[in-house]
Design a protein around this ligand. Structure first.
Ligand code: ADP
Ligand code: MG
Length: 311
């Protein structure tokens, strides 16, 4: 289901935390809302869910204006970072909770729960209690619970934020795959740009309550509309007074380029090497290159090199 937000605004006292947001979220997309802490991401999600009401603007889901509709009747599934499972209920009962609230018949609930347990790969854990699950398994259970009501829209607010890096990377891949299977329109809030770039087919970049730019990840990365987006997505370095991508610069032997400098530092990060060059104007841009490129360059700290933009 597509979601369309128009002129959505939320104030807390004198602070405008969501500021005139107008955006279309395409049907069946996996859209990531990416922005620094405090930029209004969670508030935006709460406005869509109906957990907060806007001071101005409308929320429309698939043509239905739901701005004044109670959250229970919006058909939205949520999953938050600090999801609190019912500790006294086993996995199956946690997942089936929303269906019992909706007074579904027992056989319908049982069938749905069994299907979801398989979908989120918790086979064999139906009778376990939340305390017996790993962090990653608990978040998968939370997702199954959100999906049980067959929502029109799935909202995920930093769902993996509390997990360690390895589990998080695994779960992102899994969410991407899950989304490919079920195609429910999903909004994932994150402050982690790698997570957003890797998972999402659409990105919304938020900054101080506003949407700075919306579009496909590679489009935003390659054609950032604002300095904020440019600086926020991927590394940047200053060269000739402008902010550029370090992989858009290259080093060549000293005589071949116009701008010369001295290698100041070399950081080898496995496949990638970062070389910082001190220039005579006092700046020190850094260049990102592959290990092979670095080897072929034959430079060390103190070497004289030329730096230029790649063609
Ligand atoms: P994010 O999720 O991007 O970190 P939030 O949407 O949680 O940002 O918060 C945006 C801003 O709104 C922050 O400055 C936060 O302190 C403020 N804020 C959030 N919720 C409330 C509230 N219930 N009352 C007052 N201020 C709030
Ligand atoms: Mg938040």
């Amino acid at each position: 289901m597509s979601i369309s937000l128009s002129h959505l605004t939320k104030r807390y006292g004198a602070d405008t935390v969501v500021d005139d947001v107008t955006v279309e979220i395409p049907e069946s997309s996996l859209t990531a809302v990416l922005g620094p802490s405090g930029s209004g991401k969670s508030t935006l999600l709460k406005l869509i869910a109906g957990l907060e009401s806007p001071d101005e603007g409308r929320v429309v889901i698939e043509g239905d204006d739901v701005t004044d509709v109670d959250p229970r009747y919006r058909d939205i599934g949520f999953c938050f970072q600090h999801y609190a499972p019912f500790r006294h209920m086993n996995v199956a009962r946690n997942i089936g909770f929303g269906l019992r609230v909706r007074k579904q018949p027992k056989d319908v609930i049982d069938a749905k729960v069994a299907e979801l347990i398989e979908l989120v790969r918790l086979d064999g854990k139906a009778k376990s209690y939340p305390a017996q699950l790993s962090g990653g398994e608990r978040q998968r259970m939370a997702l199954a619970r959100a999906l049980a009501i067959e929502p029109r829209v799935l909202l995920l607010d930093e769902p993996f934020g509390a997990l360690d890096a390895l589990v998080r990377t695994e779960l992102r891949q899994w969410v991407k795959e899950l989304h490919r299977q079920i195609k429910v329109t999903t909004i994932l809030v994150t402050h982690d740009q790698d997570e957003a770039m890797e998972v999402a087919d659409q990105l919304l970049i938020m900054h101080e309550g506003r949407i700075e730019q919306a579009g496909e990840p590679t489009e935003l990365y390659e054609r950032p509309a604002t300095d904020f987006v440019h600086g926020f997505l991927g590394p940047t370095t200053m060269f000739k007074g402008v902010s550029v991508r370090p992989h858009d610069l290259e080093l060549v032997p000293a005589s071949e380029g116009a701008i010369e400098g001295t290698v100041q530092s070399i950081m080898e990060l496995g496949f990638e090497v970062q070389v910082t060059v001190a220039l005579s104007d006092g700046t020190a841009p850094w260049v990102q290159m592959s290990r092979n490129e670095f080897r072929n360059l034959h430079v060390e700290i103190g070497s004289l090199v030329s730096i230029r933009e790649r063609d």
